[in-house]
Design a protein around this ligand. Structure first.
Ligand code: PMT
Length: 404
């Protein structure tokens, strides 16, 4: 069965050695019934000829930003309107950096800026370039803007090194494109996510907080949005840009987070609490900066409300997923939280010693009444998608879609 019949795919090819695989990709996409138009950067033309791509796609290849042949010299607008999806394969480190900074100085980058359709990029580069902090920051930025990442794979590279940075194989990319057109698991659902730490003031300049970066919660918000949900993200202070196409509610303290969550909870189908809410706040916040005159300083702390438990105890609660951050007996402690707070599901992670908090990767033990799934250590983006799949499946079991 052809899975991409009548789908219009704009394939961007940038200047990397993996460009030779794009020739096969065109053939594979067309085998599935897709119409493919190709845009090449000038550097891509150094690796593979436009003539090859023209022969395989059956259409002229586009290279110039200002093309007098297309209507009114606005080729980029025409092409963006034509497409159902834009796939950039290979996407070099340079292209990723330019996309991240919103450049529009060649045809492909201008189209990506003007497009209102999903953009999927397949990175391909030397492993050090991929691991470089600048590339990783660009990738995070693109992910936050809703750009979909396919790969890279790890393995032997054209430069002789081994590591992450290989472009996915054409058939894997076809599968990723297919995924974009599948009915999405949370279409039309309302999902509320909390993320990040809370900050509890001690005096006007000091606060109590924790090491949560917000990465896990933001990845969950993006994964839920990609799965078709209308997402509200209530976030404590983080250094991550707010994801696009997500309703973003910034807060600082646990009490503000509680207020924001309770204002939204009744309208939600699913609530996922990934925030590391401070368990205690100062019983009294000093009006002035506390002087360091005393040898010992005693702060009286007062327990914060448990936001997750409050949501789970609402008369008509959403499907409620908690997190458990544990240093020991991860599963056992998570089960206690699942039951004592009356949750539908809990995702437990081991924390401390560089695990869970702050890092780019995580692993989860997902538990519900009568079941458990272990999700192996992987990037928080990938883990979030796996978690959202499980949540969608269990939510649909609890609330089977109505058939008429
Ligand atoms: O942000 P990152 O750097 O990516 O790190 C991710 C993470 C480790 C913070 C995340 O994966 C995680 O584990 N989040 C929950 C952290 C936590 O506070 O766990 P807990 O076991 O103390 O709390 C259990 C649950 O109750 C959590 O869902 C928490 O959001 C919720 N809670 C806790 C206290 C409180 N007053 N109100 C709450 O709602």
């Amino acid at each position: 069965m052809q899975t991409l019949t009548n789908k219009r795919i704009l394939l961007g090819i940038t200047g990397g050695i993996a460009a030779y695989k794009s020739a096969d990709l065109i053939r594979r996409l067309r085998d599935q019934g897709a119409e493919v138009q190709v845009i090449m950067t000038k550097a891509a033309c150094e690796f593979i000829t436009p003539l090859t791509m023209q022969a395989l796609s059956g259409k002229p290849v586009h290279i110039e930003l200002l093309d007098p042949v297309t209507e009114a010299g606005m080729g980029h607008i025409e092409l963006a309107r034509w497409s159902d999806v834009i796939v950039v394969a290979p996407a070099t480190a340079n292209f990723i950096a330019r996309l991240s900074h919103g450049m529009a100085d060649d045809l492909l980058s201008a189209i990506c800026l003007v497009a209102a359709v999903p953009i999927l990029i397949a990175p391909a580069m030397n492993q050090q370039m991929w691991l470089n902090a600048a590339t990783q920051a660009n990738i995070q930025n693109l992910a936050a803007r809703g750009i979909i990442l396919a790969g890279p794979a790890s393995g032997m590279q054209a430069c002789g090194e081994t590591g992450p940075g290989r472009m996915l194989e054409p058939l894997e990319l076809v599968a990723a494109v297919n995924g974009l057109f599948e009915t999405r698991a949370l279409d039309g659902k309302h999902v509320l996510v909390t993320a990040g730490p809370t900050q509890e003031a001690i005096d006007p300049v000091r606060f109590i907080s924790n090491r949560s970066s917000g990465r896990m919660g933001y990845a969950i918000a993006r994964a839920a949005q990609e799965a078709g949900a209308e997402v509200t993200l209530v976030s404590g202070p983080t250094a991550i840009p707010a994801p696009e196409r997500v309703k973003y509610v910034p807060v600082k303290t646990a009490e503000q987070m509680r207020e924001a969550v309770l204002a939204q909870a009744a309208k939600q189908d699913i609530f996922i609490a990934a925030a590391a809410v401070a368990d205690y706040r100062c019983a009294e916040i000093a009006g002035e900066k506390i002087k360091k005159t005393a040898a010992d300083l005693v702060l009286t702390l007062r327990k914060n409300p448990d936001i997750l438990a409050e949501v789970a105890q609402l008369p008509r609660p959403p499907y409620t997923v908690g997190f458990a951050a544990e240093t020991t007996a991860v599963k056992e402690n998570a089960l206690i939280k699942l039951r004592s707070k009356g949750l539908d599901m809990i995702a437990a992670n081991r924390v401390g010693d560089g695990l869970g908090f702050e890092s780019d990767e995580n692993s989860l033990e997902v538990l519900w009444d009568g079941g458990t799934i272990s999700l192996e250590l992987t990037s928080k983006d990938k883990l979030a998608r796996q978690l959202i799949d499980i949540v969608a499946r269990k939510y649909n079991e609890k609330h089977p879609p109505q058939s008429y």
